[in-house]
Write a protein that binds this ligand. Structure first.
Ligand code: SF4
Length: 288
């Protein structure tokens, strides 16, 4: 039986966890997007974001569940994806932001090679990646924006049905550090790594542990982005912690802890970001 190489789950082709169709690439939306970190998303330009449908993690609390779980979007051929990358490259956005790309890794890398784009390419993923795939991204991907989700394996299993998440993610970050170096020009990152983390209500100890480990493995110069925007959705109602937003006191506790660790580069999100108003509606539209 053939197995999929796009993510560490290694599903058999006839029983995919993510839900993708191997012959197609489904896109929920492609648009100018202004809600990424300012260092990759200048407010006068924005990012050229491509939101891919389906997901290799499908976290129970995912705000983009229409995309990640329901797979809403429009099917593109590889040639159409190449053409889309070229149109974004020719537009006035800062970069090409590939959002949740992991389950289409082989097709996206092939399309990037053919498109030969000049703008920086962002791999905006959960960090649940195969090291061999990160290696293949050399000279194709410039910025790794990894959303480091959990330290605790129990949480990863409960919320994303995944084993050994942190160990897998840590190896991916290490490999990414080998292939890209931080390069900031005029306040904008042209290449490098940003480690994002969304704090989950009731799990601030796990958040603190993540930053302990990041400091231990990667030092305090690495760019971090701490997010408070968790917003409960209906699928979370089975879990007491995920029925509510993050409390201000929880966010403050994590932020103070991170600051005490001495991280030098990064971003802390406003508490007022805990709303879905910044999310695009996913309707398969392609605005390039
Ligand atoms: S990308 Fe999808 S099909 Fe492939 S291994 Fe991962 S979850 Fe399974």
């Amino acid at each position: 039986m053939m197995k999929c190489d796009d993510c560490p789950r290694g599903c058999e082709v006839k029983a995919t966890f993510c839900g993708k169709d191997f012959e197609k690439i489904r896109v929920g939306k492609a648009m100018k997007f202004f809600s990424e970190e300012p260092i990759i998303c200048p407010e006068n330009k924005g990012c050229g974001a491509v939101f891919f449908s389906f997901c290799s993690l499908k976290c129970v609390y995912c705000q983009n569940f229409v995309l990640s779980k329901e797979g809403f979007g429009r099917d593109l051929s590889e040639d159409e994806l190449v053409a889309l990358f070229k149109r974004i490259d020719a537009s006035d956005v800062e970069n090409i932001d590939l959002v949740t790309p992991t389950h289409y890794t082989s097709k996206i890398l092939s399309a990037l090679k053919k498109a030969n784009v000049k703008k920086s390419v962002i791999w905006n993923s959960s960090g649940y990646e195969k090291v061999e795939n990160i290696e293949k991204m050399k000279d194709l991907v410039d910025i790794f924006l990894f959303d480091v989700k959990y330290y605790d394996n129990g949480l990863a299993l409960k919320y994303s049905k995944v084993n050994s998440y942190f160990e897998v993610c840590k190896k991916a970050i290490k490999k990414a550090r080998e292939i890209v170096k931080d390069n900031i020009s005029g306040g904008i990152m042209k290449s490098g790594i940003i480690l994002r983390h969304l704090i989950l209500p009731g799990h601030i100890d796990d958040s603190k542990r993540i930053f302990d480990e990041i400091k231990k493995e990667f030092g305090t110069d690495i760019y971090i982005s701490v997010m408070s925007q968790f917003t409960p959705i209906d699928c979370c109602l089975c879990d007491e912690n995920l029925k509510r937003k993050l409390k201000r006191i929880e966010y403050k506790s994590v932020c103070l802890y991170i600051k005490s660790l001495g991280f030098k580069n990064g971003f802390f999100q406003e508490m007022s970001s805990a709303t879905d108003k910044y999310l695009p509606s996913f309707d398969g539209d392609i605005f390039f």
